[in-house]
Ligand binder design. Structure first.
Ligand code: NAP
Length: 438
């Protein structure tokens, strides 16, 4: 067997400890698959006094991260610290020293990845990042390898487990958003500061990476249309169910006539669709491609062990190619001018989809007629309508599902509807996604 590949680990938190455990647990299996051992030789973390759930015997505990990424005794650097800085500087330093990098850092890649991939291309070094999307689901390898012969039309999925857990709790137990979030925090699914998850930012980071791979475009985080899940109510969930839909936190990258749609928002999807069955903190991604058709990938999107699975797979990948020409690894991300596609991102106002609208209205005659006339004027058909009669002389509730229309046209109708004297403030609007036109 050839010489071991020596790994330097930056960060020893949830994912870092998972990587240490997995490398130890499957050491022999991994060495057989690779043809040489993968050995963790160096670890850097901020606070060494903290108790860790992994065995670090025989590993050099590094006090200075820069020293590790420059050290010729380290063959591959694994960055699992998270955050933009100093992770960015350390990755760039590793690249400058010709060291391949494996990272799980979706925020850094989505927001500053173009710079990192250009540096990697110039230096002829690989940067692998399977763990940045979908945790244990090898979705990037599917796009890069398994579906490489296809033209991809759409990649859509539930890529934030916390958001999915919250909406599932609301749906199954009828608890409101705040209570479901508190439960997610108590179970360790949501951070103390849950904004990255519930505001859709984390999903947008992952969508940015998925879209870059799926369509061969530069990372375009700033162009993603993002809406969080905090405005979804139990009533919306119940009404959607009666209409035959589930509300899921979706991330959607989709080719359209005018370019590519990149959007993250709570979405109504038909109850029978694969993604509607994905509950709790689980993740799933569906890819629509021209030859393979629809394929779906489902599993644990986070957690130390699941994410370590992706990191270690990347380590094997990178180790197999040590010494080979790195420029062929993923040419568009290194800005190979011949490989990058220029695709404009469709503005949300021009996105075409169906819409769900929930209105609270005064219980007076002519209400329905006035609303349907506005929709008809703007050439918006009604696919379904639900009317909940008022109880105790309160307002009535209407839930309307529209046909597929450009968002600006729907917004024009919504503005007019909002202006009607009997429509109460705060209508609820959600988009509906029909896959393959179903
Ligand atoms: N957790 C998941 O399920 C998951 C899934 C997919 C991707 N990821 C990504 O994986 C990365 C790591 O996530 P995690 O959950 O493992 O994070 P974590 O539990 O917070 O661990 C981060 C580790 O990095 C160290 N660290 C952080 N900032 C540092 C700094 N400025 N200087 C030195 N050390 C620093 C911490 O040191 P101390 O412990 O010594 O303070 C800790 O060991 C993130 O990019 C995250 O987005 C996580």
């Amino acid at each position: 067997m050839s010489a071991p590949v020596r790994i330097g680990l930056l960060g020893l938190g949830t994912v870092g400890q998972g990587v240490v455990r997995l490398l130890q647990k499957n050491r022999d299996e991994i060495a057989r698959r690779l043809g040489r051992p993968l050995v963790l030789t160096h670890v850097y973390t901020r606070e060494w006094s903290r108790r860790r759930e992994c065995d670090l015997s025989g590993v050099t505990q590094v006090r200075e991260a820069r020293q590790m990424v420059r050290d010729p005794a380290v063959d591959v650097a694994v960055e699992v610290m998270g955050g933009l800085s100093p992770a960015r500087e350390l990755i760039l330093e590793a690249i400058a020293h010709g060291k391949p990098v494996v990272t799980a850092n979706k925020a850094l890649l989505a927001e500053d990845g173009n710079r990192i991939f250009s540096a990697a291309r110039e230096r002829g070094v690989r940067v692998a990042f399977e763990a940045s999307v979908g945790g244990g689901i090898p979705i990037l390898k599917v796009i890069r390898e398994g579906l490489a012969g296809n033209r991809l039309e759409e990649v859509a999925g539930i890529v934030n487990g916390t958001g999915n857990y919250i909406l599932t709790q609301m749906s199954e137990h009828g608890v409101d958003f705040a209570a479901a979030l508190a439960e997610a925090q108590a179970r360790g699914y949501a951070e103390a500061d849950p904004r990255l998850d519930v505001d859709g930012i984390d999903a947008a980071h992952k969508l940015t990476i998925l879209a870059a791979l799926a369509f061969g475009m530069p990372l375009a985080f700033q162009s993603v249309a993002i809406e969080g899940i905090a405005a979804v109510t139990v009533q919306d969930i119940q009404l959607s169910r009666e209409l035959g839909y589930r509300i899921k936190p979706l991330a959607i990258a989709k080719r359209a006539a005018a370019g590519v749609e990149l959007r993250v928002h709570p979405t109504l999807i038909p109850q029978a669709h694969l993604l509607a069955q994905v509950d709790g903190a689980l993740n799933a991604v569906v890819v629509q491609s021209d030859a393979a058709g629809t394929t779906g990938y489902y599993g644990r999107g986070a957690g130390g062990d699941a994410t370590a699975s992706a990191v270690v797979a990347d380590l094997l990948d990178v180790a197999r190619l040590l010494g080979a020409d790195a420029r062929h690894f993923w040419p568009p991300l290194g800005f190979d001018p011949d490989a990058v596609q220029t695709l404009s991102v469709v503005a949300l106002r021009d996105v075409e989809c169906a819409h769900y609208l929930r209105l609270r209205v005064a219980d007076t005659p002519g209400v329905l007629k006035a609303i349907t006339s506005i929709l008809a004027e703007l050439d918006i058909s009604i696919e379904a309508i639900l009317q909940k009669e008022p109880q105790n002389r309160q307002d009535a509730t209407l839930a309307i599902l529209t046909s597929v229309v450009p968002e600006h046209r729907f917004n024009a109708a919504l503005d007019k509807i909002r202006g009607l004297p009997f429509v109460r403030p705060g209508p609820s609007h959600l988009r509906v996604e029909h896959f393959n036109g179903k």
